[in-house]
Design a protein around this ligand. Structure first.
Ligand SMILES: [Zn+2]
Length: 416
């Protein structure tokens, strides 16, 4: 689990951390340059000349892999003494980070890692600790000493601090503490009351039980505030003092929007877990991109994050989480399965085959739930019978839901 705490480094500590980030950034960019050069030099056949550019890298030179670049660090330190200012493990993590993104690019086929510009490197990862660095008042980091920390919630007993990531958000500093505990938790089994969730722009979410949540108002008001601040920023002279002041204001507001959104997402996720034992959501990509066209910047970052948060909350509370193929959920009747065509302006689902009428988004949620139930029953998990018999579309709340819920609460140990 990751717990995030706010930390309060003093000015010299801040300066040092920023400097470290800069050094790590240059190491990152250097490593990326090596990779890029190598790739460019392999673009044309060995016995030809490239038309555009020529890279003189011997043909038998190996790809600058992770291990090689890591091994080159000590040599590089002799050449650039600045590198040794940073704790060596932190520097190694930077190279590892580069290769993670490289591998991710390889597996996905797009998204070549980019050079990081000034200020784009915003976190440092301390991967190992000999002893617990966190006390009630301070967090102890190598080469920098104790930084005051606001331990707003204690680290639970039996947990060991594995890694610490120092983050810089606008002008604030945070420590994201990764804690681990040696307990095996079985994956939650699908059972109990199923809930299908449809997310959208007009309604933030709609569940198969008919719960509709509107997108909260503060988004809109914060967005307009952001617009105002950004407009002011654009009128300032670049790199002037006033520009800098205004820039920090904008960054803070972005940070505030992030935080409020996250808070809202967590509350919604917990509310979902309160109402059901299994949560089903649509899978990523397909519909999100379509919806994104409608109101792009409002929530686009939010969809993916919300799914991740729901997943996490489900895992923490021992509820089953499943993703289903979302294609055509809004065009199908959850009662009889017939296709009911409707465009975006039609807000009510009205089936011409069986006469079932409900809100459009609720219908989508119910479809997602139905597909989720089908999904787990085809996988052949135990407990599928109860899941199916529990609540079929259109039937009101059943008793079994309450029963299964209370039993769940007693048997399950809280989280990892
Ligand atoms: Zn129907």
């Amino acid at each position: 689990m990751n717990y995030r705490y706010r930390i309060y480094p003093d000015t010299t500590q801040q300066q040092r951390l920023i400097e470290w980030m800069e050094i790590c950034r240059s190491a990152y960019n250097y490593g990326l340059r090596e990779i890029k050069d190598w790739c460019d030099s392999r673009k044309c056949l060995i016995d030809r000349c490239s038309i555009e550019k020529e890279y003189i890298i011997p043909t038998d030179a190996f790809f600058p892999g992770e291990v090689q670049q890591l091994n080159n660090l000590p040599k590089a330190k002799k050449q650039f003494p600045r590198l040794s200012e940073v704790p060596s493990q932190v520097l190694q993590q930077t190279i590892k980070q580069l290769h993670r993104s490289w591998e991710y690019f390889q597996s996905r086929g797009f998204g070549f890692p980019r050079f990081k510009k000034f200020g784009q490197f915003k976190s440092l990862l301390f991967p190992q600790f000999k002893e617990n660095p966190v006390t009630d008042l301070h967090i102890k980091l190598p080469k920098i000493g104790a930084i005051p920390i606001n331990l707003h919630r204690p680290i639970p007993n039996g947990f060991v601090v594995k890694q610490v990531r120092i983050l810089r958000k606008s002008d604030r500093w945070y420590a994201s503490v990764n804690i681990q505990c040696n307990v095996n938790i079985p994956d939650p089994m699908p059972k109990g009351h199923p809930v299908g969730v449809d997310i959208g722009l007009e309604k933030f979410l709609a569940t198969s039980d008919g719960v509709l949540v509107k997108p909260p108002k503060f988004f809109r008001s914060l967005q307009s505030k952001l617009k105002l601040l950004q407009r002011r920023l654009s009128r300032k002279q670049r790199k002037s003092k006033n520009y800098e002041k205004q820039r920090i204001k904008v960054a803070r507001l972005h940070h505030q929007i992030d935080n409020t959104r996250k808070d809202f997402h967590f509350k919604q996720a917990h509310a979902l877990c309160d109402t059901g034992d299994m949560v089903f959501m649509e899978d990523l990509d397909y519909r999100i991109s379509a919806k994104g066209m409608l109101g792009k910047h409002m929530l686009d970052a939010g969809f993916g994050q919300f799914r991740t948060i729901v997943k996490y909350v489900c895992w923490k509370r021992g509820k089953f989480f499943g993703e289903v193929d979302a294609r055509g959920t809004s065009q199908e009747c959850p009662e009889c399965g017939n296709e009911v065509k409707k465009d975006l302006s039609v807000r009510v689902h009205n089936c011409s085959y069986c006469g079932y009428t409900t809100d459009r988004d609720v219908a989508a949620g119910q479809n997602i739930r139905n597909r989720g139930i089908k999904l787990i029953s085809t996988v052949g998990q135990t407990g599928m019978e109860t899941a199916c018999a529990d609540d079929l579309p259109g039937i009101g709340k059943t008793q079994s839901r309450q029963v299964s819920k209370s039993r769940l609460g007693k048997t399950r140990k809280p989280k990892k």
